[in-house]
Ligand binder design. Structure first.
Ligand code: GUN
Length: 279
């Protein structure tokens, strides 16, 4: 069993991105990222802080627009328009989830697709589904990069994606399909999850449920990618996979923390630098 070390890979990527950022500086460009954070969801606040810190370390200017959960949709849309028109900002990210009274689709559709470094705008989603280039959501992009770094080619593999969210599962499915894997996608209404995971060469899970994937659900030699980030009652961070019992069966597995999480942030930085290079 080999660990897929996302922390180490993300550190290497960040060093490269810092160089690209400095090359942009020489052309008089400072890459810029605007983040919209609505409300006081604890996890969202932590993620935004991590993104801000990573931007600082990479030479990306970042500005956080913090808003109370009572803010109106109109006001958020106005701020997005302002960011869209700001020539010093290359990327914009609206931290999800948004409060219930806000229509998330309307907010995402207001983002200029050229600044959509999260890859959530239907324009970029459509390009991904069609196998065209565009901004790709950071978490599944980070998974693909991690596989590539360990010379794992999805071509011809039986892959099982567990979780069908717009942020993780659906773009993950499309990236794997574009890389010629045979993809099975499971979700909350899947009748027999084990039947699907058990036959997969590559299991990718991003649901947010501790110990969802147990030892009996994975075949010998499988590659297991755990996208879940959960806090146990003791305050420990764990994924969706029962790592202790599943890991011995795997050829490769990601740890949590230190697997996919750091890759997500590295891909956000990469998408932002890419946007700045296209300025
Ligand atoms: N909420 C959970 N994951 C993400 C992400 O990757 N981007 C944004 N904007 N919000 C999230």
């Amino acid at each position: 069993m080999q660990l897929l070390d996302g922390k180490a890979l993300s550190d290497t990527i960040k060093i490269e991105l810092k160089k690209e950022s400095m090359a942009l500086n020489e052309k008089g460009i400072t890459p810029g990222l605007a983040v919209i954070l609505v409300g006081d969801d604890a996890a969202s606040q932590t993620y935004v802080k991590m993104k801000e810190k990573a931007c600082d370390a990479t030479g990306i200017y970042s500005i956080i627009h913090k808003m109370p959960s009572t803010i109106s949709q109109t006001k958020i849309l106005e701020i997005i328009q302002m960011i869209n028109q700001n020539p010093n900002i290359d990327g914009v990210l609206v931290q999800l989830p948004l409060p219930k009274h806000i229509d998330t689709t309307k907010i995402i559709e207001a983002i200029d697709p050229k600044k959509d470094v999260d890859g959530f705008h239907p324009f970029n989603v459509g390009r991904l589904v069609s196998g065209l280039d565009g901004y790709v959501p950071c978490t599944p992009l980070g998974v693909m990069r991690l596989l590539k770094a360990y010379n794992i080619d999805p071509k011809g593999l039986d892959a099982c994606v567990v979780g069908a969210s717009n942020i993780v599962g659906k773009p993950m499915m499309n990236l794997l399909l574009n890389a010629f894997a045979t993809v099975d996608i499971c979700h909350i209404y899947t009748k027999n999850l084990k039947e699907h995971t058990k036959k997969a060469d590559l299991v990718i899970v991003g649901v947010g449920k501790i110990n969802l994937i147990t030892e009996d659900m994975v075949k010998e030699g499988a590659i297991v990618i755990d996208i879940g980030i959960n806090k146990t009652s003791e305050g420990k961070i764990v994924g969706d996979v029962d790592f202790e019992h599943v890991a011995p069966k795997c050829s490769y597995i990601t740890p949590v923390p230190g697997g996919v999480g750091p890759m997500t942030i590295a891909m956000l930085l990469e998408n932002t630098i890419l946007a700045a290079q296209k300025r």
